[in-house]
Design a protein around this ligand. Structure first.
Ligand code: PXG
Length: 456
């Protein structure tokens, strides 16, 4: 179907309200219309080929153009497109997917609750942990501790859990959420020993627990690696220490695996890489590689046992909990990840290769704090990295760099001045080389721009 770009842009501007978008700015420029995809590439309506180093929005783990996933959806839709799991009914794909996810998660877990997104799943988490403590006769344990710059979704619960001031400012926050500082070594304490900083940053949790009162705290929630906050990779000492502190005070640990789960960090779940055993794990995105919406919570035995044996009816659920078509696509997606050995490939081959390439990229005069973990990576654009001087925030240097990426056929995200990537797990070494060449080119163009404007 031929597409008239300016017609679609005009209708888009007249009727389609986009997420996280300044519409006045967009109307002037017109949205970029993405029309097709294959592997790690997407194309726009003008025929430009773009290397999608963000896997859509951190989700297209097996890459675009997988007919198997289309076939799985079509087959399921012909048999049973939809049915609910309320009123003592179930469906085969949901049952099989729950069993499969528990096998991947390991011994600590027994049940899965399904939703359609990461935000909904975190809402489920909060309902679940508060219900858990009430069932155990400790209803005053309601407070959830989270972190600054965290992202846990965009519903009111998700944004309250998250640590983004801009989101809190629009619509407010639910009560009972506390935040501690994030474990951002390069940003907060670059001159400190990294591992010692990890212990110190975990210690902020203990301080907050004591401030709130341990008997009031229900859970701590964190992304194993903070994604939307700018790919903040914690020191290896951080999560084991967080686990120790949660255990010490009997507090539930929730890992939000929406980005880190399903192979992104070279393990099925990020918490498996960092050596902690959360009581609850949020998932979404990579479970279906984004081909169809699905999310959920993997429930540890400690919580499941109490809810099932003592909790009575859990007054919670979504129309699409356990959606058969979404679950069938997830099963086919996990089969591809297993058959192609993508988790091990990230761990043993492409992850280490990307790390090596980022170590080279770190020599660029603009690049500070370049780090990778599996197939997520980030660096911060620095004015004077020798003296650890950042650019003035108002200059929008990250957006300048992102503009060059857009113009040169590369999707790389800017979070402030942090430039981040999360390419599909199917990316090859040759494609990593191609991606790095493009990043280098965009960095050079950004530097030239900044010099021309007299900023550096
Ligand atoms: N938790 C985490 C860790 C996420 O990254 C969510 C929950 C919410 O999932 P849903 O499916 O409700 O969107 C996310 C989503 C960005 C960006 O700008 C990241 C997300 C969503 C939108 C934008 O990087 N992550």
């Amino acid at each position: 179907m031929a597409i008239n770009t300016s017609d679609i842009q005009a209708i888009d501007s007249a009727h389609y309200m986009h997420p996280f978008t300044d519409h006045k700015g967009l109307a002037e420029k017109g949205a970029r219309i993405i029309t097709k995809s294959d592997g790690i590439y997407i194309w726009d309506s003008k025929g430009e080929k773009i290397l999608d180093a963000m896997s859509g929005l951190w989700c297209v783990n097996v890459g675009y153009g997988r007919k198997e996933l289309v076939d799985a959806a079509a087959k399921q839709m012909q048999e049973l497109p939809y049915y609910n799991s309320f009123f003592q009914t179930t469906n085969v794909p949901a049952v099989k997917l729950a069993e499969k996810i528990i096998k991947l998660a390991g011994d600590n877990y027994s049940h899965v609750f399904f939703s359609s997104s990461g935000s909904e799943s975190n809402d489920t988490n909060i309902r679940m942990v508060r219900h858990y403590w009430t069932t155990l006769g400790q209803p005053e344990r309601t407070v959830i501790i989270s972190r600054n710059n965290a992202y846990h979704g965009s519903t009111l619960v998700g944004s309250s859990l998250g640590g983004m001031g801009g989101m809190h400012a629009q619509g407010g926050m639910i009560s009972g959420i506390e935040h501690i500082e994030q474990p951002y070594h390069y940003g907060l304490a670059p001159n400190k020993d990294r591992d010692a900083f990890g212990i110190e940053a975990a210690g902020w949790l203990e301080k907050k627990i004591l401030e709130v009162g341990a008997d009031k705290v229900a859970a701590f929630i964190g992304e194993p690696v903070q994604g939307a906050g700018g790919v903040i990779i914690p020191p290896k000492t951080y999560w084991p220490e967080i686990q120790r502190i949660c255990d010490k005070y009997g507090i539930l640990l929730i890992c939000d695996e929406v980005i880190c789960g399903f192979g992104r960090l070279g393990k099925w779940f990020g918490s498996q890489l960092f050596g902690c055993k959360p009581d609850l794990m949020t998932f979404a995105k990579g479970v279906t590689s984004g081909y169809i919406p699905l999310g959920g919570v993997v429930i540890g035995k400690r919580v499941a046992k109490v809810l099932i044996e003592q909790g009575g009816e859990f007054n919670h659920g979504y129309t699409y909990s356990g959606h058969p078509t979404a679950c069938a696509v997830a099963l086919a997606n996990i089969e591809i990840i297993e058959r192609e050995g993508l988790v091990d490939k990230v761990h043993n081959e492409t992850g280490p290769y990307l790390a090596q390439k980022y170590a080279e990229l770190a020599k660029h005069p603009l690049v500070g704090g370049a780090e990778t973990c599996g197939l997520v990576a980030g660096f911060v654009l620095m004015k004077d990295k020798a003296n650890h001087v950042h650019f003035d925030e108002d200059l929008g240097v990250g957006m300048i760099c992102r503009g060059h990426c857009f113009a040169n056929g590369l999707i790389m995200r800017a979070v402030g001045d942090r430039m981040i990537i999360a390419p599909p797990l199917v990316i090859t070494k040759a494609q990593i080389d191609e991606m790095i060449r493009l990043i280098q080119l965009c960095l050079d163009a950004t530097l030239a721009d900044l010099k021309k404007q007299g900023i550096v």
